[in-house]
Design a protein. Sequence first.
Length: 118
Amino acid sequence: MREPHGRRMKMLAKPVLCACLLAIPLPAAAFAQPAQPAFSTPRDRAQDSQAKRRNQVPGISVREIERRVIPQMPGAQYLGFDYDPSSDVYTLKFLRNGSVIWVDVDGRTGNIVRRSGN
């Protein structure tokens, strides 16, 4: 005579085996890199490429730019700077005789690009 539970054991073996195999992490999945989202915009891609270029081509530090530009502004009080990462331009702000002076400096070369104000 056959065992009444024999058939039930065969039916449970396959799902239990599948569950055990799925619980084992695959080594490839652990090292997989997330794919770039399909919904990235041209602006996102442009910002990514700009960031890569900035990392590859080191610019001049803001401290070096300050060291070069501040002495060229005699009698002016240095107020600080702003940075525009899209154009890699630092804008140094000065105050002289009640007027604000903005000096735009290329972050890659350190050259003064524009000066506005008195």
